[in-house]
Every structure is written in C-alpha cells, then in structure tokens.
Design a protein around this ligand. Structure first.
Ligand code: ZN
Length: 319
C-alpha cells in the first residue's frame, strides 16, 4: 500500500497553460489563483501554470510571472512553464519556475509553420536554453516535448525514426527528459506503445511524459498504452480544457478527472483525490463563464460504493 508514499504515476496538470491558451477568453488572474489552489488541494503535484510568450501574441498569458509567483507559494508542487525559445526561458527562470518545457516539433513542416525554425535550429535553441539554465538556475529541470510525434496536420505521417531522432538530439543537447505529444490528436494505442518503446530504447529513463489529446476519443486508450510501455508521467487538463479546433464538440487534452479515475479504478495510485478534483471545476467555470468543459466521470459521478482507498490498493471499487 503506497498511497502515502510516492504515487505510482504522476499526473501533470496542463490546464492553466495548454487549456487557457487554447480558449479565446482570458481568465482573470485572481481566478487563475483560485483554480490553481483548488488543483493543489486535490493533490496534483506538478502543474504547468503558464507559458512565457509575448503578451501581444497570447494575452491569456500576460500575467505569467504573477501566476508563477502565486503557484510557488504551494510547497511540494512542481511549478512548470512552457517556453518556446531562449527569451521565454530567460523570463521563466527569472520568475523562479522549477521546470521548463520546450515544445519541439518532430514534423519538419510543423516546426517551420509553428516557430519558423527548422528542427535543427530548435535543437540549437534547446542547447542554448540548457546553457542558460546551467549558468543561472542549475536546479531547474528541462523537458523537451516532442510535438506532432504521432502525425501532423500539415505533412501527414511523421516517420517514427524522426521522432526518436528528435528525442535523442534533445537529450544530447542537455534536456533532462523528452516526452511525446499527440498535438494533432492522431495517435492510436498500437502506435503509442510502439513509439514509446522505441524512444525508451534510445534514451532510457530520460523518457518523459505522454501528452495525449482526446480529439478522436482515444485519449485514455493512448495513455494506457503509454503506461504499458513504461511511461509514468501523464499530461492532462481539468475538464479537458482546450477545445480542438479540428473536432468541434471534442475535447483537446485528456480530461484529468477521467484519467485519474481510470488509474485509481485499476489500483494505480495517482495521489489525487477525485472528489476534490471534480470540485476544482467550479473555480475553472467561474473564471471562464460559458466555456465548454468536458469529462465523463464528473457527469456520471463515482460508482456506487467507490472508495479511493480500496481502489488504490488494487481492490475492485465497490466490492
Ligand atoms: Zn495539449
């Protein structure tokens, strides 16, 4: 029984960054604080709270430094920020984040369209960010998130060799870990299992998070496939915030509530309290009135006789 020790898997909540930057409305700073507090109260121990990008491009993230300052008040929580380049990394390190995540596309076409850099140029950017980190904040962890790892809306198929190469290059450039992102919602479980095995064969336990999208309803299946391939960190977003523009009515990110439910029901501990997690939807809704949020577990409720304690030691819920 390890509920009071280290959980079996780490749920990395990305809603305040990935979710908020995908919606049109800007959540007021005070509401972001309340939402983050509720996420922490539910037991989440890693939260991607913002991205450091010019406010003229993403007004939703204009208060990034302030949000980091607030999140840092919670002891034991890893405060993460997304940085697309060295300039963003400088600001994030100045704000004292614990961990940086750098999106790096495996698709050559997506890389050029998204950040106007070739993949080789992005690897150099990772190297420059690592150098800066080593100089001014050596304790900060750096993750390279391989975007479009499972397919690209611009170039279609992304060769698996390209994904493994990108992940290996980022680690060689000094990143602490490299995870895979299904940016476009094209992944399937067989592919996820195969590709994570290949990446693990190349970079071992520097293999990072699975960042899955639910665009075509395969988000949870893909997370489970990643788990089978040895992945133990999963990105997800409360209420699946961050609608995918290519699939109206479908959520973008995997729904944290459903992901936690799946693992808990299987006896895999997450350290997260589902009831409190569901309660954390209230400050989210209050901060983004009218924005659709998703989740099967919050709608259905917990099964009769559900006990998280029983489930976390592997007993059948309700038994
Ligand atoms: Zn996402």
């Amino acid at each position: 029984m390890n509920t009071h020790l280290v959980p079996d898997v780490l749920i990395s909540e990305v809603g305040p960054r990935d979710g908020l930057q995908s919606v049109k409305a800007t959540m007021p700073t005070a509401n972001k604080f309340k939402w983050i507090d509720a996420l922490v109260a539910a037991g989440l121990r890693e939260i991607e709270v913002c991205s450091f990008v010019p406010a003229k491009h993403l007004p939703q993230m204009a208060d990034a430094a302030e949000v980091v300052r607030h999140a840092l008040k919670h002891p034991g929580v890893t405060v993460m920020a997304l940085v697309p380049n060295l300039r963003g990394a400088k600001e994030a390190l100045r704000a004292n984040v614990h961990k940086l995540t750098i999106p790096v596309s495996a698709s050559a076409a997506h890389s050029l369209a998204n950040v106007r850099k070739t993949r080789e140029e992005m690897i150099e950017e990772v190297r420059a960010i690592v150098r800066l980190r080593d100089e001014i904040a050596p304790g900060v962890k750096i993750e390279a998130g391989i975007a479009t790892a499972f397919g690209c809306t611009l170039q279609g198929e992304v060769p698996e060799g390209d994904v493994v190469w990108m992940a290996s290059q980022c680690i060689a450039a000094g990143a602490d870990e490299s995870g895979l992102s299904d940016t476009t919602g094209m992944a399937n479980p067989a592919q996820v299992r195969r590709l994570f095995h290949k990446v693990r064969a190349a970079i071992g336990d520097k293999t990072g998070a699975a960042h899955m999208h639910n665009t075509r309803g395969l988000g949870l299946a893909n997370c489970l496939a990643a788990y089978d391939a040895g992945v133990r960190t999963f990105d997800s977003s409360l209420g699946g915030l961050g609608g995918c523009p290519y699939a109206p009515g479908a959520s973008g990110n995997v729904v944290t509530e459903d992901l936690v439910f799946m693992f808990a029901a299987m006896g895999i501990s997450t350290g997260v309290d589902i009831a409190k997690l569901i309660a954390a939807r209230e400050p989210l809704k209050a901060g983004l009135p009218g924005e659709p949020i998703y989740g099967m577990t919050p709608e259905a409720g917990l099964p009769k006789g559900w006990s998280q304690c029983a489930s976390s030691i592997g007993l059948v819920p309700g038994a």
